[in-house]
Design a binder for this molecule. Structure first.
Ligand code: NDP
Length: 315
């Protein structure tokens, strides 16, 4: 049978390119988990994804209620789940004030980390039950959360501190809207959320890989300077960022190429190792990359896991 893969945020950018790459291989049925049904349908059509190879299902990661509803709807579809890709994200670099999810968590960490945390915790059981030979759970990371790289050292740097803001609920009322308890900074909140994504993947690996055989992975697909991720940035940035990445840092990768990379992590038999953060070199060959000290700290990962469980109502 075809493999079934859920991709969150498949209505644009990396998620859409990955959906296309997988659906075109013919061996995958892609469940596009998106907050805007019409946008997703239009995107799938204009990308030319074969109709029989995708289904769109509503998911708004900024609402835990919606995450639970999505899981119920997926279960009712009767499909087995073989691979889950947590890809959706928001990035609010120019926001002066924090915005919040339905449950009142700062929007970037609430969407990128907490929404995906609940989703993957709930769907773990479904992946476990699948009879597919290579089952995987993938969470898209980023270089920007990795302070052991040049890009990760551009201020404001990611830093979760002692997680006091997260412990307080990130609500901006009786706790800070930032994980480390500091002043709100949208760019930093995004980077922090990506550190959470990478820590979560490793904690999943430690807790569940042996028992379930599921491969847990994260990746940095390269700088895809043309995606909607930068939509909130100032116009001059949006104009100069793609050529800067293309010709100066040479970290630029097209949406199509990045989609092929993520599709490899979903389906390539040589990329099944669990607990790995994948990256690609200049010749587009994959390799196991090193994470920064903070993004690979097992104690922090455990603490993040415990606090996140409480916030999403699992503990
Ligand atoms: P895009 O903005 O193009 O795509 C983000 C997707 O997330 C969109 O489909 C968006 O939906 C969706 N989304 C946002 N909020 C929600 C929500 N509340 N519920 C459901 N879906 C939501 O950005 P990219 O493709 O660049 O980003 C994809 C991933 O790649 C992210 O995890 C990002 O961190 C990562 N990444 C990107 C890099 C880059 O250079 N672009 C580099 C490294 C990592 P909608 O279409 O409705 O807005």
């Amino acid at each position: 049978r075809k493999g079934n893969v859920i991709i969150t945020g498949a209505s644009s950018g990396l998620g859409l390119a990955t959906a296309k790459a997988l659906a075109e291989k013919g061996q995958w049925h892609v469940i596009m988990a998106c907050r805007n049904f019409l946008k997703a349908e239009r995107a799938a059509k204009s990308a030319g994804i074969p109709k029989e190879n995708y289904t769109i299902m509503h998911l708004d990661l900024a609402s835990l209620e919606s995450v639970r509803q999505f899981v119920n709807n997926f279960r009712q579809s009767g499909r087995q789940l073989d691979v889950l890709v947590c890809n959706a994200a928001v990035y609010l670099p120019t926001a002066k004030e924090p915005s919040f999810t339905a449950e009142g968590f700062e929007l970037s960490v609430g969407t990128n980390h907490l929404g995906h945390f609940l989703l993957s915790r709930l769907l773990l059981d479904d992946i476990k039950q699948s009879d597919y030979p290579a089952k995987r759970l993938i969470i898209v990371g980023s270089i920007t959360g990795n302070t052991n790289t040049l890009a990760g050292n551009v201020p404001p740097k990611a830093n979760l501190g002692d997680l006091r803001g997260l412990t307080g609920g990130l609500n901006g009322i009786n706790s800070s809207a930032m994980i480390d308890g500091g002043e709100f900074d949208g760019a930093k909140a995004y980077k922090d959320s990506k550190v959470c994504n990478m820590l979560t993947m490793q904690e999943f690996h430690r807790r569940f890989h042996e028992e379930t055989g599921i491969s847990f992975a994260s990746l940095y697909p390269g700088c895809i300077a043309t995606t909607g991720l930068f939509r909130e940035h100032i116009p001059l940035f949006r104009l100069l960022f793609p050529p800067f990445q293309k010709y100066i840092t040479r970290g630029y990768v097209s949406e199509e190429e990045a989609g092929e990379r993520l599709a490899q992590v979903v389906s390539d038999p040589s990329l099944t190792k669990s607990g790995v953060y994948w990256s690609w070199n200049k010749n587009s060959a994959s390799f196991e990359n090193q994470l920064s000290k903070e993004a690979s700290d097992p104690q922090k990962a455990q603490k993040l896991w415990d606090i996140s469980e409480k916030l999403v109502g699992l503990a």
